[in-house]
Design a protein around this ligand. Structure first.
Ligand code: C5P
Length: 399
């Protein structure tokens, strides 16, 4: 994904053992299409060398406001003016304290004052230092000043203690920077999504499922979170990581998915602004489910199952007295245009998204056709995150 194509980032490193993660972060930011200008404090250079950061960023690393290589001798101005955003990772307790006070006694802090681009900081320190009232006071000040805070994460720390204060992992930081640049078209909206297949047991060992991988639904959950929404994802059985900032409930069967969706919607009567039903829910479930493993019998007679219809989750949500804005999906094999139009009316949704199932199941790419009251819109083949971001924008325009 060229998520950061054309973006020029200032990456500041202050002193902390987490500086080793900044090397990997630099690689990921560059792989995502950004150019990265690294600036390091004296303390950061005790943990990782400018040589490493220069080799990875492909640019001279600046460490001092007195650097004679900048023609104007004003590194703090020149470097700041060309940046789209300034990320400090790791941001130490000392660095945070200086920023909160507006001090500018080294290049990194002077750049923070002189910048005219947004500032993102990723704190990293021992859990006691993080919890200290002075650090929390400084963090509150930085948030009030409009600084975006990424993390920290919780877990085992380099000092041997466990708690809050770990630098976010490089992948999460890179995703957070990409998310920062996404337009906030769903700011503070509550989005509920279903994703993945369902699994309907036949006996304790076997069951009926389908080929939905959950990738499209998970990409949509990520795109909605990037757009500023609070996202609740109800996932069928898939082995996908939860997108950052998304709350997830795992279920197996269609009935469980229905109950989880209704519980979320009923949690409070304004619990959901948008419902996106991406899951491929089994229309039928075996009932009764055999309590024992179904064995081959001597006569080789095929087993027979009785099926009961699963609740239609999307239909149940659209029937609510005050339904959220509902988006349905249709996975077809052919005749998408006709079936999509029909299904939108049948499902009674303002927006239905059609795709050709066998062309996309398990793949990272898809091709979507949007059906609404005004007609049909085609989103050409692209990776699922790109499509998800476009779809989120299309949804926001229709709210
Ligand atoms: O009728 P069909 O299953 O093709 O409809 C697909 C749409 O309906 C999807 O949005 C899917 O998530 C939703 N659906 C549902 N509950 C079901 C079956 C489908 O929410 N039991």
């Amino acid at each position: 994904m060229n998520d950061l194509a054309g973006k020029h980032l200032l990456l500041g490193l202050s002193g902390g053992i987490a500086c080793y993660k900044s090397a990997e972060l630099t690689r990921l930011l560059i792989q995502a299409g950004a150019t990265v200008q690294v600036v390091m404090t004296d303390a950061a250079q005790r943990f990782i060398t400018p040589v490493t950061m220069q080799a990875l960023s492909g640019r001279t690393v600046y460490t001092s406001q007195w650097d004679p290589r900048i023609a104007s001798h004003m590194a703090h101005i020149d470097l700041a003016r060309v940046a789209d955003t300034f990320l400090i990772a790791p941001a130490s307790a000392d660095c945070i304290a200086k920023l909160a006070q507006g001090r500018a006694d080294d290049l990194l802090t002077a750049l923070c004052l002189a910048r005219d681009c947004p500032l993102l900081i990723a704190p990293a320190m021992n859990r006691q230092m993080w919890r200290h009232p002075a650090t929390q006071r400084n963090m509150a000040q930085l948030r009030a000043d409009g600084v975006t805070v990424l993390g920290p994460a919780s877990g085992p720390q380099a000092c041997g203690e466990t708690g809050e204060g770990r630098l976010l992992e490089p992948g999460a930081l890179c995703n957070a920077v990409a998310a920062f640049f996404q337009p906030k078209v769903l700011q503070d909206k509550r989005v509920l999504l279903t994703a993945g297949p369902t699994f309907e047991p036949l006996d304790p060992i076997r069951g009926i499922t389908n080929r939905s991988s959950g990738k499209m639904g998970f990409a949509l959950a990520r795109a909605a979170a990037e757009a500023g929404a609070q996202v609740q994802l109800i996932a069928g059985p898939v082995a996908l990581p939860t997108p950052d900032g998304v709350s997830r409930i795992d279920v197996q069967t269609g009935q469980q998915m229905y109950e989880a969706v209704m519980a979320c919607i009923n949690a409070c009567d304004i619990a959901c602004d948008i419902f996106i039903a991406v899951a491929a829910v089994s229309d039928w479930r075996a009932e009764p489910v055999s309590a024992e493993k179904i064995k081959k019998n001597g006569e080789r007679v095929a087993p027979r199952f009785a099926f009961t219809e699963n609740p239609d989750i999307l239909a149940a949500v659209t029937r609510l007295p005050k339904p959220p804005f509902c988006v349905g999906f249709a996975a077809e094999c052919n005749d998408l245009e006709t079936r999509g139009r029909e299904k939108r009316l049948l499902k009674n949704v303002p927006l239905l998204v059609g795709n050709i199932g066998p062309d996309t199941f398990g793949k990272d790419e898809n091709e979507l056709t949007l059906f609404d009251a005004s007609g049909v819109k085609h989103l050409p083949r692209a990776d699922k995150l790109t499509l998800a971001r476009t779809l989120v924008e299309e949804i926001s325009k229709r709210l």
